[in-house]
Design a protein around this ligand. Structure first.
Ligand SMILES: [Zn+2]
Length: 100
C-alpha cells in the first residue's frame, strides 16, 4: 500500500494517509510518499523519517495462523506477508479493502 505524508502550510501539522488527495482543510504540501505492507510498517517508516520515538502498534503482536508471520490483530489486523487479515481469505467477494 502507498502512504502519502502531508505537511500543513501552518507548519504545525503532519498527516499520513493512504489517500492520494491531500486532507481537506489545506493548504497541504506533499512531503514524501512510500510503500509499506501494512499500516504498522507505514507508521514505523513515517516515525523514523520524522525523528520521533519508535512507533508502537496497537495491542500485542501475534502469529498469523496462515503463514506464521507477526501481525497486530488489535491494529490493522493485516498480515504483512499474506496481505490480508487472517481468517478473511475465505470470505469471498474479491480483494480485501486493505489491498484496494
Ligand atoms: Zn500471514
Amino acid at each position: 500500500m502507498k502512504f502519502y505524508a502531508w505537511e500543513h502550510a501552518d507548519g504545525m501539522e503532519i498527516e499520513v494517509s493512504l489517500n492520494e488527495e491531500p486532507p481537506k482543510d489545506g493548504p497541504w504540501s506533499s512531503i514524501y510518499t512510500f510503500e509499506a505492507a501494512t499500516w504498522e510498517e507505514g507508521m514505523a517508516i513515517h516515525f523514523l523519517r520524522q525523528g520521533w520515538n519508535p512507533y508502537r502498534p496497537s495491542g500485542k503482536a501475534a502469529e498469523c495462523p496462515t503463514c506464521k508471520a507477526t501481525y497486530y490483530p488489535a491494529g490493522s489486523g493485516v498480515c504483512w506477508r499474506c496481505g490480508i487479515s487472517p481468517g478473511e481469505e475465505d470470505a469471498g467477494g474479491g480483494p480485501h479493502p486493505s489491498n484496494a
